[in-house]
Each structure stands twice: as C-alpha cells, then as structure tokens.
Design a protein around this ligand. Structure first.
Ligand code: SF4
Length: 548
C-alpha cells in the first residue's frame, strides 16, 4: 500500500443492496440535520441554514447550481449537500487549532481518514512545517508572508511557482489573486476547472463564442424537452430537481442519457411538498437511454441524422432554417460530414435501436424549446470537445440557442468555478484581458501561457517548479493521479495552502510547508469599512452577492 493513501480498515463484508429509485424526500432533511448536529448546535445550525441561498444571505459554498431568480423558499433554499458544506464551515465542536498539530505529527495525521481530518474543525492559526520537522507549529502572519516572499524572490524565474485555485474562491479574492500572480510575473494559474469542464469551455468558445451556459434558471420551467447527458442531478446539483419537477408539471418531457440508472433521474420527492412526501415523488425521466460510457457522440450524430430526415419529410417544420441561415456558419459542411456515418452503426455504437433514438427525436422534432444539460459524463474523455460541439450542432439545427426554454446547460461543479474564470483565473489568458490589466494597473503582465493542472504537476515532478501555492481546494486528492501528484508536491521548496479546514494535501508537503486559515462563505467579514460581502457566479452566469 502506498504511503500517501490512508490504510482503509475494511470491517466486515461489503453490503450489496437494491439501488435507490427515488432521490431526496424526508431522508434528505434528516441527513441534513445530522450533518448540522455533528458540528454545532441545532438552533445555531438552523439559523445559519435559514440564510443559505437567500437574497440577503450567503451563497452555498458547495456546488454552482443557481438560485431561483424570483422568490426563494422561506422553508429553505438548500439541499443535503449544501447543508453538509455549511455544517463543515460552521463547526464549533472541534477546531483544528495548534493543540491538534501539537498532538499529532504529520505522519500520524496521514494515517487518519479524510473524513476524520475534515471533522477536526476550522483552522484557527497560520501553521508552518519547517524543514525536517515532524509537527506543524504556529507562525505569525507577518512571518508567514515573509517566508513566502523570501522563497518566491529567490526563484530563478516566476515560472518556477505554481498558483492553484479551487472553485470555492470568491470573485473578489480570485481577481486580486490573479493580479498578484501576474504582477509577480507568471500565468501559472491552474484551477479545478482544468479537471472538470475544460472541454466545455473550449467547445462552447469555439461554437458559441462564450464558454458558458446559454440558459437561465427559469428556462427550465419553460422547456418542452430537457435532455440530461452524463450528469446526475440527484447527487451533484440536488436543487436542480426542483425546476425539473416543475418543468414536468408544466408538461415537459425529460430524457436521461446515462450508463447508470441514477435515482435522481428516476424520481424526486420534493422535501417541501407534502404531496410528494405522502404520495411519493414525481417521476422525472420519461425516456432513459442507457448507453455505454463515452458513446454520446454517436448518439448525438444519430439524432442529427434523424432530424435531417424528418426535415425532408416536413420541410421547415423541424429545423429552424431562418436561424441556421442568420446565426450559424458551416451548416452545409456539417450535413455533408454526417453522410459518412450509417445510422445503424451509430445506433449500435451507443447500444440503442434506431427506434429508441427516433422516440427521443420525436419528442423535440417540432419544438425549439430543447435544453441539453451535461457534466462529467461528457467532459472527461479525449473526444469531449467534439462531443460537446455535437450537442451544440443539435441545438443550432433546432434554433434552440438564445430563446426562452431552450439552450446549452453545462452543469458546473464547484460553487464559483465559473466566476473564477471570469475573474481571470486561467493559464491561457486572452490578450485583451492582459491589455486591460496593463492599462488599469500600469504593469506589463506576462504574455506566455502558463501551466494547467497536468502541466503544473509534471513541472513540479521534474523539479522545474519549486513553489506550490493553493488558494483553497485539496489539490493532491483532486488531481486524478494522487501518488504522482504527491511525489510532485514533495519536490517543492515550499508548499502553501490557504484553507478553511484541514485536508490531506496539507500533509503531502514540500521542504517547508504553510497552512494559512481563511474565512469561509458563511463567515461574517467585518473590516474597517464595515461588513463586507463577496460575489459568486452560478453555472447559469448569474453573479450574486454573498453576505457571510
Ligand atoms: S444544489 Fe448545490 S448550490 Fe444548491 S444547496 Fe445544494 S449543493 Fe448548494
């Protein structure tokens, strides 16, 4: 067993049980309260939850699902995952204070599980691990900043430093961070988006000119067909189930495309609905296309071919020819490119019959109010950019972009991952963004593209990068190859993590290591000018205030 991963004490037999066929319900409320009670008192917990995702409250630090544009539910505008993320931040029963670091050496902490590390509570004090030391010890803020500056200023080049960003970082912190890093002289700004929706950003920028969703929250309730590809709303954006349920009640059809029958796509019990809790949830997916992993491209091409055939049968009734002529380029070449594919081959590739695919095409052939959502199931493959471009091809054929009830809807993970990109957290900054920085802040920003996450890990592993700075996140555990990444981090002269709580990446360290505590989204931030707030951007591009 490798040194970096904790020895799993597997006790007893693996339990195999029937998969869930319904998401949320009363169980979600019970679980949420358990999370809250595990860290703080119920009254305090409920008081804080009452502000979660409210207009004058704070933005959920967990995922990027947007809040309703209109009224928010006073009963609670959060899901179990949101409650858990908040419970982690407002924990009072434990705190990861210097006492904890005195009691446990880094080696002993490495033996602990990730859940245990997270349950030790909020970090309270800057901590340093000196070269050769076994335990972290307290350090004053000024000394910590001096240590970082000292290490950065002796680097042969600013490109020997890596500045990572986790998607929990607020817009304001992200903007100042990128400015600091670029004034220091590098674009080495890998972020968690490199590991989740990078292919989305590339594909949408190519096809729509903007790497973001084209839908708003209330488009869901106006859609006629919602196709959910490679995404599991019940787990990674549970509150998405509410507008999906409303869309169903408004007559929409939902198509799930997934290798797995995910409970959240089968049925949803809205915890705030007595009807759902008593009589059972709302069936969500009308059609479930269970396709092999990464066969979405074949399915989408098959759908486009069938749409073109339907257009031949009913000219002008299926494709939005006026939209295609006025707003798109490359239509003829695209149609021609489909000729090289046999429908039967495409259907076989995605494990469906042509009839099954036709059944779905029949749902949206006469309406442009089609929304296609996707997440990691589409973005984590070598051909993901191509697949996502095919999603856009289908939507453009239908004229479903820029209309009510239709559009492209990538569902991003981390709560402000999209905002961070908007703020300039990107290793490939656009020249016009750098020109603007130069104009406003009177300095010459670096123009060379920097390292993305994979390149950053390789650079550390090869000794080309000597300082790693993580603004939030759990880098070592987030990157796919944990052990290679861990070995890379250990080659550094200095590793720095800005965090709210203890995690495993703090224990996989360079020659010198620093942990710097920071405020979380739930925290009051009172400065000389009074109470502060931050802003975050949701997966539908809505920028909202967040008052801790
Ligand atoms: S859906 Fe996402 S943003 Fe909303 S409460 Fe749940 S975890 Fe938080």
């Amino acid at each position: 067993m490798e040194q970096n991963t904790p020895p799993e004490k597997l006790t007893g037999e693996l339990e195999v049980s029937k998969p869930y066929t319904e998401a949320a319900g009363v169980e979600a409320i019970v679980k949420s309260m358990e999370h809250i009670l595990s860290g703080t008192g119920l009254i305090r917990g409920l008081k804080v939850l009452a502000d979660l995702n409210q207009k004058d409250g704070f933005d959920c630090p967990s995922c990027a699902w947007p809040d309703p544009d209109g009224d928010r539910s006073k009963l609670g505008e959060y899901c179990e995952s949101g409650a858990k993320a908040v419970a982690d931040e407002i924990m009072t029963k434990h705190s990861a204070s210097p006492v904890l670091f005195q009691r446990y050496s880094v080696a002993e902490l490495l033996e602990k599980g990730d859940l245990w590390l997270g349950q030790q509570g909020r970090l309270t004090q800057p901590m340093v691990l000196k070269p050769g030391a076994t335990h972290y010890e307290p350090i004053e803020w000024a000394d910590a900043f001096q240590l970082i500056a000292g290490q950065l200023n002796v680097l042969a080049s600013p490109d020997e430093a890596i500045f990572y960003t986790s998607g929990r970082t607020s817009n304001e912190a992200a903007f100042l961070y990128q400015l600091f890093v670029r004034m220091f002289g590098t674009n080495n700004m890998p972020d968690c988006s490199n590991m989740c929706h990078e292919s989305t950003s590339v594909a949408l920028a190519e096809s729509l000119g903007l790497g973001k969703a084209s839908v708003k929250y209330d488009d869901y309730e106006k859609a006629d067909v919602i196709m959910i590809m490679g995404q599991n709303p019940g787990t990674n954006a549970p509150r998405m189930l509410t507008p999906l349920e409303q869309a169903k009640r408004n007559g929409a059809k939902i198509v799930a495309v997934n290798p797995l029958h995910e409970a959240g796509l089968l049925s949803f019990k809205y915890p705030q609905s007595v009807r759902d809790v008593v009589f059972g949830g709302q069936k969500l997916a009308d059609v479930f296309l269970q396709i092999p992993i990464n066969s979405d491209l074949a399915l989408l091409k098959a759908m486009c071919k069938l749409l073109l055939e339907e257009e031949k049968k009913s000219p002008g009734k299926v494709l939005d020819q006026q939209f295609i002529q006025q707003y798109t380029a490359g239509y003829d070449a695209f149609v021609k490119s489909l000729d090289q594919f046999e429908l039967s081959d495409l259907a076989a590739q995605c494990g469906q019959t042509i009839e099954q695919i036709q059944e779905v095409v029949d749902l949206f052939k006469y309406t442009p109010r089609l929304i296609i959502c996707w997440a990691m199931g589409l973005t984590q493959h070598r051909n993901s950019v191509q697949t996502i471009n095919e999603v856009i091809n289908l939507l453009l054929l239908k004229g479903s972009i820029g209309i009510e009830g239709g559009g492209a809807s990538p569902i991003r993970g981390h709560s402000n991952v999209q905002g961070d990109r908007t703020m300039g957290i990107w290793e490939k900054p656009k020249p016009e963004f750098l020109d603007a920085l130069k104009r406003v802040f009177k300095f010459e920003p670096p123009r060379e593209n920097g390292y993305d996450t994979v390149a950053a890990v390789k650079a550390m592993h090869e000794g080309k990068a000597k300082v790693f700075f993580g603004l939030g996140g759990n880098f070592a555990m987030a990157v796919s190859d944990t052990n290679y990444t861990a070995d890379a981090l250990k080659t550094c002269k200095l590793t720095v993590h800005v965090s709210t709580k203890l995690n495993r990446s703090h224990l996989i360290h360079g020659e010198t290591a620093l942990i710097l505590p920071c405020l979380g989204r739930t925290d009051h931030d009172v400065q000389a000018t009074g109470e502060q707030f931050v802003s975050c951007e949701s997966t539908t591009g809505v920028v909202a205030q967040s008052h801790g």
